[in-house]
Design a protein around this ligand. Structure first.
Ligand SMILES: [Zn+2]
Length: 287
């Protein structure tokens, strides 16, 4: 007679097999058309350093992202296929080596044409509640949607501020929330040490808070000093969009993010520069 453990394992294997078949079917029949993928990729400077193998993997992840998530325009805002792919490709970057499971327990991405106003209810230490109106370029809800402003997404594409990317920022919040709270501590891999993560990130966070408190110029966006959750989201932006700055000013934070995201954008950038240099060399030899 089969034991309950055997039956459970058998059922798990069936579920995994069905999932794999579904993924294969999605990739075979709903893959992002190559011309659209190339056109969208060209727009996102953030993705230019990826190797061809990584770009192919990103295309598969972006396809699955578009299939499993609903990206909707708010208040009748119309989204083109190119806009959808630009969003999905950037959203897939943080999970390139983690997989789509890291974006589980939520479905919707809402896109506003521009910055949007939200009302937040705050409760002070005395228990008094107050309503505050904020204008935001992005927001991520616990187990709820990610909300983004297209104007800000586009701004990051066309005039990228060093280290600013609203898509990476909000999806980093989603990774942080995966264990049920936004506290700057996403679920770490078994090979990582929570104490080391906490020590490294809280030390860098405290330094930044001190700089802000003393009105010193900060090398990392001062918004990171708001809360540990914002610190993680902002350093994630730098990690992918401006790795040189993050590695220069917070090398230990950079190394922790290398371990968490299982990517090394700085090494990728150097590799790309080398191959560009080689290609230019070969072209000049040919001329
Ligand atoms: Zn944030």
């Amino acid at each position: 007679m089969s034991s309950p453990i055997h039956i459970k394992n058998f059922a798990m294997n069936i579920i995994k097999w069905v999932k794999r078949q579904r993924t294969r079917h999605t990739l075979k029949h709903h893959s992002i058309p190559y011309s659209l993928w190339k056109k969208s990729l060209r727009k996102a400077a953030l993705l230019h350093d990826l190797s061809s193998v990584e770009k192919a993997r990103l295309r598969r992840l972006a396809t699955l992202f578009l299939y499993h998530k609903a990206i909707n325009g708010a208040r009748g805002f119309k989204l083109t296929d190119e806009m959808l792919v630009v969003i999905a490709a950037q959203a897939a970057l943080p999970i390139l080596k983690l997989g789509l499971n890291y974006y589980s327990n939520w479905v919707e991405v809402i896109i506003y044409p521009g910055a949007f106003r939200v009302s937040h209810n705050n409760i002070d230490p005395n228990g008094l509640s107050s309503n505050e109106m904020n204008t935001l370029s992005g927001e991520a809800w616990l187990r709820g949607p990610v909300i983004l402003s297209w104007e800000d997404i586009e701004h990051d594409l066309h005039a990228p501020h060093l280290g600013h990317n609203v898509v990476i920022h909000e999806f980093a919040h989603k990774l942080d929330m995966l264990d049920g709270s936004a506290d700057g501590l996403p679920p770490l891999h078994p090979t990582m040490k929570i104490k080391q993560w906490a020590d490294v990130l809280s030390t860098a966070y405290d330094v930044l808070r001190q700089q802000v408190a003393h009105h010193h110029r900060t090398r990392i966006n001062a918004y990171a000093a708001t809360t540990p959750a914002e610190f993680f989201a902002v350093v994630s932006e730098y990690f992918f969009a401006a790795p040189t700055i993050l590695n220069h000013h917070c090398p230990e934070v950079y190394q922790q993010l290398v371990q968490f995201y299982r990517q090394d954008p700085l090494a990728r950038q150097k590799q790309k520069n080398l191959s560009d240099f080689d290609n230019e060399g070969s072209i000049s030899k040919l001329l």
